[in-house]
Each structure stands twice: as structure tokens, then as C-alpha cells.
Design a protein around this ligand. Structure first.
Ligand SMILES: [Zn+2]
Length: 526
């Protein structure tokens, strides 16, 4: 009995031991397969930069997580923890638990890279790539390749994506403000477009400005075909942004969308009001998207627009020649038009002039200083080319409804020299006001709109998200410290709070200061 008893105990112990061992083996196998699913740590002996202790917001909209990012040359080589004890690190940046995200991509910006190449206004608000050549107006050169080479020789702060301006194309083709163009002229436009598209991401139109406004539907559709064939896109400052015309403007753009991807620049409704109107406009866009057209839009987070004063002059008086003729032959009509237009746009008190000698004065104040009604002042003292101005024409509730919608991307529409706070504030204001203060957007969603969504719209490769192999355009910040002090009185104040800004793997701004060697370049389509 005793022997049998001991045998039983021994067998039980053996069974238990074997099964525990099997379990342990299984667990190790499972762990191994889990490891294989994540990225295997590559053999890396040295990196140029290690960003450690970062709270990674990868740009896709996912929640943040703690990790390190390793950079060699201009690219991210690893995200995680490199365990190689002999790893040589050129420079360590300790993020101290702050957010590390892709640099922002500004879908619609302005500026001349040959005169203000550092573009510090953009870097200071976390922007590492800007899209130029907007509103139908791009570098006025036939040989775009040489122009780009010249831009690349500058000490560029940000990356630049170029679009070709449709108005510029018309000027280069010698068409200018003609409304009906011949077959030969159209062929000429198409040839220049085909050539310049090689270096650019698409065509921009500015149909509210001369000479773009003179283009008819057949011209725009013919150009859209060329753009689509090269798999590029059209970004459009639409024909009319007034509330009673905006749906028709969107439809006009959607017709070009049967040939190519199309995008609304700085979506707004001039004097449209309230949430329900925003939803009507968004529904129009979504219906077009659902019909299979690749249709997107961007906007800036301010309630005043900013552009040349020609916006309040009639179409038949926008160019200098037309204006001289209109003054002589249609003077009364011209005055009536301008008076009505400005009053519709909330009156002369809601127009803030941005060019010398009237910078910072409202149209009402400037006209008052000359003892004239504002329409006479506009004709006699300014003219359509005489000034730029900010126009307080937007409704907060309507614009914020746009902002919340996932199909709306972000742009500044600003420049280093424009007298409007958007050029120095936009991307910081999105975080300071709409994420932190008013909780209108989650931080993840705001960052997605400003990074991966912008890259997706442009079909910009290897940028807009933090991933192994992507270019190292990276910013480090504490969301609670982001400030956008620029306002309408003093619009040139730099944003603060983006502690470190890297462009193409180079630290270009550190502790609110530019470093000597900047890292931007003109990006070419793949
Ligand atoms: Zn525009």
C-alpha cells in the first residue's frame, strides 16, 4: 500500500511538472510570435539624433504613447527603444514626456522664398511644410526648374510644395484678361501646364481675381483633364465665396472634379450665418464626395479674411486699364457697386486696411481722414490695387462647424509679411483655442488634420506621420504652453511653445530661436 501510495504521489508530481513545463514553453513561443508581429529591432550602431522620453502623437489620430525616436540623416530609422549598449548617439534630445508629433503641413500659404526664405513665422507655429503658388498666382517664370534650383540655394526654413497658378499660366501664355480664348491659345496654356506639372503638385485657380475670373468652363475643364492625367490636383479659390453664390461655386469646382482631384481653398461663407447653414454647405460637399469625386477642403481659424481691396470692386474694373476706363465712363455705377458691396460685407468699419500709409486704420477711419464717403476714397485714393485689407465677414458658429468636420483640413492662407494674424498664429491658435481652451477638437484630431490628412490630400509621400522610413519633420511641445499672440493690431508676433522644430532631420528652431543652418527644400512630386 505504502509503495503504491508513493508511486501515485510521484506520478502526480511528474504530470504536474510536465504540464507546467509545457505551459512555460508555450508561453515563450507566444511571446516570440508577439515580438515578431511588432517591429524587430534593427541593428543600428549609430544615430544622428535620438529624441527620448517623447509622448508620441504619430499624426494618424491615434492616442499618444511614450517612446523614443531615432533619426539618421533626414529620416526616422526607429521608433521604440534601441537596446544596443554600444549605440553611438550624435545628439540626444530629451522630450521630458512632452508631445512629439510630425511637423504641420500648411495647405495654403503665401510668401516669396527668395525674399523671406527662413519663413520663421511658420516654423514658430510648428509648420514644417507650406504649399505655395496659390489663388491662381505662382512664380512668374517659364523655366520652373531653374527657379526651383534657385529657391533650393536659399537657407530655407520650411519645405515648400509648389502649385502652378492658373492666372500666372494665362499671363505666361500672353492671354491675360481675355475672356474667349482661341484653340491656339488654349493649346499654349496646356503645353506650359504639362511642362510645369512635372515639378509641382497641381494647379491653383483664383477665380475671384483677374485674370482667372475671365476663364470660362471649357478652359477650366480642358486644364483639369491635363492635371488629372498626371494624377495631380486642383486647389481653388472659388469664383465667389458669398453665401448666396457659394453652392454654385462648389458645383463649378465639382465639375472639374470629374477629371481630377479637387480642393476648396480657405472654405468660408461670406455673410452666411449659423450652424445649419454650415451643415447645408458640408452636405453639398459630402454628396459630391459620395458620387465618387475626390473632393476636399481647408480653412483657417479666423473670422476675418484678408486680400487685395480689388475684392470690393466690380469685375469690369479690377485691372489698372479697366479701372481707368470705368472711372471715366461708368463712374456712378462704380460708386454704387462699391458702396453696396462694402455695406454687404458688414460696412467700412469691418474693413481693416493692411497697407501703408493706412495700415491698421479701418476703411471708415481712412475715408474720414480725407473727409470723403468711403466709396469715393476707394476710387480716388486707393483704387483696386491700392491696398490689402482684413474683412470681418465670417460667422463664428458657422466657421466652427466647418472646423469640427473631419473632411476639413487646416491652412493659414498667411505669409510672413501679410497684415493678418493668421500668418503667425493659425496652427498655434488651433491648439490654444480650439483644443485646450474650447475643447472643440481633440488634440489627436487637430494634429491629424494638420499632418497626415494634409499629406493625404496632397499625396505627399513620407511626410505627415511619424513612422520608420518617413522624413524627420518633427516638433516637440507641451499643448498647454502653446500661444498665438498675433492679433489684428500686431499681427507679426511669433507663436510660442513649440520648443523644438526639426526639418528633414535638422534641428532648425530651438528654444524659440532659429539655428544657423536651416533644413527646408522644395519637395518634388514622386
Ligand atoms: Zn485665396
Amino acid at each position: 500500500m505504502t509503495f503504491k501510495y508513493y508511486l501515485l504521489i510521484f506520478t502526480l508530481i511528474l504530470i504536474c511538472f510536465t504540464s507546467c513545463k509545457n505551459n512555460k514553453v508555450k508561453t515563450e513561443k507566444e511571446t516570440q510570435s508577439e515580438k515578431q508581429e511588432t517591429v524587430v529591432e534593427p541593428k543600428i550602431d549609430s544615430v544622428d539624433i535620438a529624441i527620448i522620453n517623447g509622448n508620441i502623437l504619430d499624426g494618424t489620430g491615434k492616442k499618444s504613447y511614450l517612446s523614443n525616436i531615432y533619426i539618421n540623416d533626414d529620416s526616422i530609422v526607429y521608433i521604440g527603444n534601441l537596446t544596443n549598449l554600444n549605440l553611438k548617439i550624435g545628439k540626444t534630445i530629451d522630450a521630458n514626456g512632452n508631445y512629439v508629433s510630425p511637423g504641420f503641413i500648411d495647405l495654403h500659404a503665401h510668401g516669396n522664398p527668395l525674399s523671406t526664405p527662413d519663413f520663421e513665422n511658420f516654423l514658430a507655429m510648428g509648420v514644417t511644410t507650406i504649399v505655395l503658388g496659390q489663388d491662381g498666382s505662382s512664380a512668374n517664370v517659364k523655366d520652373l526648374k531653374s527657379y526651383i534650383d534657385k529657391v533650393n540655394e536659399q537657407n530655407l526654413g520650411v519645405n515648400i510644395v509648389e502649385f502652378i497658378g492658373h492666372g500666372t499660366l494665362r499671363n505666361l501664355a500672353g492671354i491675360g484678361v481675355k475672356s474667349k480664348i482661341s484653340e491656339v491659345e488654349l493649346d499654349n496654356l496646356k503645353d506650359i501646364l504639362k511642362d510645369q506639372l512635372k515639378y509641382t503638385f497641381g494647379l491653383s485657380t483664383g477665380l475671384e481675381y483677374a485674370p482667372g475670373l475671365y476663364a470660362d468652363e471649357s478652359e477650366l475643364l480642358a486644364l483639369a483633364k491635363i492635371v488629372g492625367k498626371q494624377n495631380k490636383m486642383i486647389m481653388s479659390h472659388m469664383r465667389n465665396e458669398d453665401d448666396d453664390a457659394i453652392i454654385e461655386s462648389i458645383k463649378e469646382l465639382s465639375r472639374q472634379g470629374t477629371n481630377t482631384r479637387v480642393h476648396i481653398a480657405h472654405l468660408k461663407s461670406v455673410y452666411g450665418k449659423e450652424k445649419h447653414r454650415a451643415n447645408e454647405i458640408l452636405d453639398t460637399i459630402k454628396k459630391i464626395k459620395n458620387s465618387g469625386i475626390n473632393f476636399t477642403a481647408d480653412m483657417y481659424p479666423y473670422m476675418a479674411s484678408y486680400t487685395g481691396i480689388s475684392i470690393v470692386f466690380p469685375d469690369w474694373s479690377k485691372t489698372p486699364q479697366q479701372f481707368e476706363k470705368a472711372k471715366k465712363t461708368r463712374r456712378k455705377e462704380l460708386e454704387d457697386f462699391i458702396r453696396n458691396k462694402v455695406n454687404l460685407r458688414n460696412g467700412p468699419e469691418a474693413t481693416l486696411l493692411g497697407s501703408t500709409p493706412y495700415t491698421g486704420m479701418t476703411l471708415a477711419e481712412a475715408a474720414g481722414s480725407k473727409n470723403k464717403p468711403f466709396e469715393k476714397f476707394l476710387i480716388e485714393d486707393l483704387g483696386p490695387q491700392g491696398s490689402s485689407a482684413a474683412y470681418f465677414v465670417m460667422n463664428k458658429e458657422l466657421q466652427e462647424t466647418f472646423l469640427k468636420d473631419p473632411i476639413i483640413g487646416i491652412c493659414s492662407d498667411g505669409s510672413k509679411t501679410g497684415h493678418h494674424p493668421r500668418g503667425h498664429g493659425t496652427f498655434a491658435k488651433i491648439i490654444e483655442t480650439y483644443v485646450v481652451k474650447d475643447s472643440i477638437l481633440s488634440l489627436e484630431e487637430a494634429i491629424r488634420k494638420m499632418t497626415s490628412y494634409a499629406a493625404e490630400i496632397l499625396q505627399l509621400q513620407q511626410r505627415g506621420s511619424l513612422a520608420i522610413g518617413n522624413k524627420a519633420d518633427i516638433i516637440i511641445f507641451d499643448a498647454n504652453n502653446i500661444k498665438a499672440p498675433a492679433d489684428y493690431v500686431n499681427p507679426y508676433q511669433l507663436a510660442t511653445g513649440f520648443e523644438k522644430v526639426l526639418v528633414n532631420g535638422k534641428l532648425v528652431r530651438d528654444n524659440e530661436q532659429l539655428t544657423e543652418q536651416l533644413g527646408g527644400k522644395v519637395l518634388l512630386p514622386e
